[in-house]
Design a protein around this ligand. Structure first.
Ligand code: NAD
Length: 481
């Protein structure tokens, strides 16, 4: 498949595409060959102020638009995204590295996320509370106002759309800083809304120096909600800034998902499912299964099947036919994989397969399986966010649960067992916001996703997905004054 023509990148402020005020740009790199694809404009403080001012006028116009009209515009944007899923998929694959099939699937999935949120907003009911005659006591749910959102590079369509869809469906306006590493996909998504007839200012897309942009947007009086997806350290910084300005925030942060394979599970089926999820998006997924705790009686069979699956992964440029895993998205992840593997091996872990960077241009790292990994190895407590799988064993399920819950993370967790009673022990025992039993499937728009502990707070998806974007207003009305 040929590389798509990379678009000229622009920001989108107040309904118009624009460059940064002072002409500053940063290069966007194709991770499969390290070549520069284009230049992303970086916002100045004045650009951000324009976006903030637009988010206020945009909010006035959009929140006053009848909900049926809003839904129609959002459905039109979703249809436009569906129609150009091929182009968006090729662009995403080129700037982020994931295989075209995954990238196109992501574009199609997020169009459905938008449809789901848009329809759900029509049911953002308030309630009428029984009260004394001559009085009317009610509760309304209203859009919170302009939202400032920040999204990363691992799901170039998924992360921005989760925030854009929820904000616009709820009737909010939004200023979003999508990743400077995957800006083309974000521009394509915004183009769908622009063409669908969204009023100017309801959606604004900026790029810039992340710390500068977040400090500016979060402190601005126009901003009413801060929504972030990314790492825990950055999430803590942004949550603190939001707290300082007394603004609510929605934090979708990292994880280090344990996979507990119980004594009664089928080790081969569990290994195949876990490996497919582990190497999806080259392991750069916040819910990726990343610590494998396998009952000692099954650990060899599990490891063998998992290693076989790792060796079957076809690595290459995401646009090439048959490729099932692309490069890592940037050189930071590549360096992190090399460090984590060297640290584990230095502490006595064995490499069953992989463990090295591929000898070719691009940020390719071989699917890696480590065994006999001691608890002190960094990979047992640091989120790998890459294609490295540490496998350890346990004999007592309570010990496995203690190990699984020992880290500050609490995003996803997985369990494999044939027993309903053991499954219930896992469900009750695992500290996680997202739990999957006997599979490692991804998120769905009709159910909420989000973490506990340091993995963040608030939920995206499901009926809960609009909660952060709506405020509750109690209205008591004395009818006979
Ligand atoms: P990072 O912590 O530097 O950045 C993570 C994201 O936050 C990036 O999109 C970045 O542009 C943004 N960011 C950084 N500083 C910011 C600031 N001050 N204000 C606003 N945004 C800011 O890490 P990275 O090298 O890009 O990614 C590595 C780690 O990030 C991974 O190990 C993983 O834990 C985490 N991560 C998590 C997710 C997720 O879906 N939860 C996504 C991407 C990365």
């Amino acid at each position: 498949m040929t590389e798509p023509t990379y678009p000229t990148l622009r920001m989108y402020i107040d309904g118009a595409w624009c460059e940064g005020g002072d002409g500053r740009t940063a290069p966007v790199v194709n991770p499969a060959n390290e070549k520069t694809l284009g230049e992303v404009p970086l916002a100045t403080a004045a650009d951000l102020d324009r976006a903030l001012a637009a988010s206020v006028t945009g909010f006035e116009a959009w929140s006053a638009t009848p909900v049926a009209e809003r839904t129609a515009i959002l459905h039109e944007a979703a249809d436009r995204l569906t129609a150009r899923a091929d182009r968006v998929g090729r662009l995403m694959s080129t700037e982020q590295g994931k295989p075209f099939r995954e990238a196109r699937g992501e574009a199609l999935r997020v169009a459905n996320t938008l449809r789901w949120d848009a329809d759900d907003a029509r049911r953002a009911y308030g309630r009428v509370i029984p009260s004394a005659p001559g009085t009317l006591l009610s509760v309304r749910r209203e859009p919170i106002g302009p939202v400032a959102a920040f999204t990363p590079w691992n799901f170039p369509a998924g992360s921005p759309m989760r925030k854009i869809a929820a904000a616009l469906s709820a009737g909010c306006s939004i200023v979003i800083k999508a990743s400077e590493e995957t800006p083309g996909t974000a521009c394509e998504i915004v183009r769908c809304f622009d063409e669908a007839g969204l009023p100017a200012g309801a959606l604004n897309l900026v790029f810039g120096e992340p710390a500068e942009v977040s400090a500016h947007l979060i402190a601005a009086p126009q901003t009413r909600l801060v929504a972030f997806t990314g790492s825990i350290p950055v999430g803590k910084l942004l949550a603190a800034a939001a707290g300082q300005a007394m603004k609510p925030s929605l934090m979708e942060l990292g994880g280090h998902a344990p996979v507990i394979v119980c004594a009664d599970a089928d080790p081969v089926a569990a290994a195949k499912r876990a490996a497919a999820a582990k190497f999806a998006n080259a392991g750069q997924v916040c819910t990726s299964p990343s610590r494998f705790l396998v009952h000692a009686s099954l650990v060899e069979a599990f490891t063998e099947a998992f290693t076989e699956a790792a060796e079957e992964v076809v690595i290459g440029d995401g646009l090439a036919e048959g490729v099932t895993m692309g490069p890592l998205a940037n050189d930071r992840r590549l360096a992190a994989m090399e460090e984590l593997v060297a640290d584990a091996v230095g502490r006595g872990a064995k490499v069953r397969c992989g463990g090295f960077r591929l000898d070719r241009p691009g940020y390719f790292f071989a699917p890696t399986v480590l065994t006999g990994v001691p608890d002190e190895a960094r990979i047992m407590s640091e989120e790998p966010f890459g294609p490295v799988a540490p496998i350890t064993s346990f004999t007592d399920l309570d010990d496995a649960l203690r190990t699984a819950n020992a880290l500050p993370y609490g995003l996803a967790a997985y369990g494999f067992t044939e027993s309903a009673a053991t499954a219930e022990r896992l469900v009750r025992g695992l500290e996680a916001g997202i739990l999957s039993i006997n599979h490692c499937g991804g998120s769905v728009h009709e159910a909420p996703s989000g973490g506990v502990k340091s993995s963040g707070y608030g939920r995206e998806g499901g009926p809960e997905g609009l909660d952060a974007y709506l405020v509750t207003k109690r209205v008591s009305h004395l009818l006979e004054a």
